[in-house]
Design a protein around this ligand. Structure first.
Ligand code: TRP
Length: 324
């Protein structure tokens, strides 16, 4: 039997190269299994409840990014979380058996509260984030959940919640396993973590000319001030990109940068070509989809239909087990 796969992404903005390597490439690998991919708009609301007006549009933007990157809705099920009210209902059921201490000690929770200082996140919804995520996963009885390392605490909580439910009410849920995405972290154009708030991202929706411009202005070894200075590729963000997008030039860049014979501009020109090979087809496919919003909405409707059919059966089973 094919394993069931489920993963999700929060629609907090357009997707960038980091998402492409970190999540979408991995999703693509598994899309021919029994795969469900979800746009977690309720999860977005846990942190964006004040900037809520962007969420609906972001759902569409993220859907365009996902489809353009090669996720095929014929092969897998792509849907929006809030289209399936069963997520909320199972989330409520699971909240009854989830001790607060499990949620309060969650390292991702503590981290986020600290990182998102400007936001008031001492809300019921935000503390309960992993309970809703457990519902997302358990509703589909997913066996495998492709995620990044930051999501491991949530996965562990999902397993604990499943175990507790099964212990109390009889076995309904399989315990899902994380499928860790093992990719190099891609820095932003300024060398920091790629993030919307740093304004240092290269987006799947960026025009090829914009991508080229962003790469041209990328930070390199800050100690290398003049053209013939010797550089250190190990501290250069462009070199990190070379490793991922342009491995055939690595040796040349490594030697040329250290000796000062190769200029950063040349290295960047090669990189622009290599990144364009990946991004231009995505950009073009995205443009085509953008002009056909109706089709995109239909894809999400169809996905919701398929997802809902499964979600309803599992929820009914869970309610039966509890006796409600
Ligand atoms: N928390 C995940 C993230 O921030 C998104 C998510 C929501 C998710 N529900 C999920 C991921 C279920 C995997 C499975 O990336």
């Amino acid at each position: 039997m094919k394993k069931r796969i489920l993963s999700g992404t929060r629609p907090t903005g357009k997707l960038h190269l980091g998402h492409l390597l970190g999540a979408l490439e991995n999703w693509k690998k598994f899309q021919s299994e029994n795969a469900f991919f979800m746009i977690a708009d309720w999860h977005a609301l846990t942190t964006e409840y004040e900037t809520h007006s962007e969420i609906r549009n972001n759902v569409i933007e993220v859907t365009l990014d996902i489809l353009a990157s090669g996720i095929d809705p014929e092969k897998c099920t792509l849907f929006v979380q809030s289209h399936i009210k069963e997520h909320a209902e199972l989330g409520l059921l699971l909240s009854m058996i989830t001790p607060l201490t499990w949620l309060e000690r969650n390292p991702t929770y503590k981290d986020q509260i600290e990182q998102l200082q400007g936001k008031e996140l001492h809300t019921h919804g935000f503390l309960g984030y992993p309970v809703l995520q457990a519902a997302d996963i358990l509703l589909y009885k997913a066996n495998l959940v492709p995620v990044g390392e930051d999501q491991l605490p949530h996965l562990e909580l999902t397993r604990e919640i499943a175990r507790r439910f099964n212990h109390l009410y009889g076995k309904v849920f399989p315990e899902p396993e994380a499928l860790l995405t093992d990719v190099a972290k891609l820095p932003g154009t300024d060398g920091r973590k790629m993030s919307k708030s740093y304004n240092n991202g290269i987006y799947l929706s960026d025009e090829p000319a914009v991508v080229a411009k962003k790469i041209k202005t990328m930070m390199t070894d800050p100690a290398r001030k003049r053209r013939y200075d010797k550089g250190d590729p190990d501290v250069c963000p462009v070199y990190v990109y070379d490793k991922i997008f342009n491995p055939s030039v690595l040796e040349k860049v490594n030697v040329g940068c250290r000796s000062g014979e190769l200029g950063c501009v040349d290295d960047k020109d090669w990189l622009i070509e290599a990144v364009s090979k990946v991004l231009t087809p995505i950009y073009e496919k995205r443009k085509e989809l953008e002009s056909n919003r109706k089709k995109v909405e239909e894809i999400l409707m169809e996905g919701a239909k398929r997802a809902r059919a499964i979600a309803q059966v599992t929820l009914e089973e869970a309610k039966q087990a509890v006796g409600i």
